[in-house]
Design a binder for this molecule. Sequence first.
Ligand SMILES: CC(C)(COP(=O)(O)OP(=O)(O)OC[C@H]1O[C@@H](n2cnc3c(N)ncnc32)[C@H](O)[C@@H]1OP(=O)(O)O)[C@@H](O)C(=O)NCCC(=O)NCCS
Length: 297
Amino acid sequence: MTVHGLFGPSPRAVHVWPVRVEAPEDVAASYESILAPDELDRAARFRLTNQRKDFVITRCVLRSVLGRYLGMHPARVRFVYGSKGKPAISPAFGIQFNLAHSGAMVVIAVAAGCPVGIDLEYIRRLPDLQDVAARFFCAEEFDDLKSLLPGERQGAFFRGWTRKEAFVKASGEGLSEPLDGFRVTIQPREPARLVHIGDNRDAAKGWTLHDLFLAPDYAAALAYPDRACSLTVFPMANSAELLSDDFFVMGLHLPLRGLARLHGSRHNDLPSHLTSKSAFAGDKSANISLHLERHTE
Ligand SMILES: CC(C)(COP(=O)(O)OP(=O)(O)OC[C@H]1O[C@@H](n2cnc3c(N)ncnc32)[C@H](O)[C@@H]1OP(=O)(O)O)[C@@H](O)C(=O)NCCC(=O)NCCS
């Protein structure tokens, strides 16, 4: 029951879906029927209305994206959870995914052929940046950070943090894996790379790290235990658009036309129209609106 249709001919591919989460509370409530009982329980435990709403919308966005790959209505997607809480779908589908949220944005990575981890952070001033790095980065990363000019440190910190978190999210261990037990590059002009895991450099060579420039003021990184494979970054979508009625009515296979397919490219190779603008925000020239990719029949 593998689902490789949307991934094209490549047996190993990663798709990245950045989404702005926007929906009034009444709209969010109307989507609750899409969720499974355990998700509704979790939603009910949020004390703040906004957090509950964001969780509901995020889960529906995740379900709608996965539903496209699985060819099923979002409500029919079933999640299983790893021992550290990483959500997944049945291995029988041959698809793995991961999700991160920060600020008003969610990003979902869907992979064929290997596990995947993704992290996203809103870049903000951290008064205790040095202390956090001292606590969580390995000694060499911390030295790298201190060697930078003060103005470069915030960017390097968030680059390093997202690369590290993407790595521990790919394995599913999350923050139960000590973040100082491996090293990533953080210097401004160095490509994203896992340098060693423990003392093992060879083990690190089997991993790929990518930085993703998805929107201004956000850092994001992707990790998977494979050599660089085909990477497609979809234009920024808006949750309201993604969850529009036509999708829920249709809910089945969607062709992915007009996408930028980036074969093993790094973030700086991303065309600018894919890095920050929403295809729903009027960038008709790029012809990459997800609207155009939907079946209308
Ligand atoms: C996963 C983890 C790194 C996320 O960190 P974060 O910066 O707060 O959140 P992010 O936005 O990056 O990612 C959150 C998403 O990651 C996914 N996720 C949850 N656990 C995960 C794990 N162990 N590995 C990978 N991804 C995970 C979920 O989709 C989650 O979204 P949700 O909260 O809407 O369900 C952190 O929460 C963690 O380490 N969790 C594991 C805790 C643990 O050991 N639990 C054991 C008992 S279950």
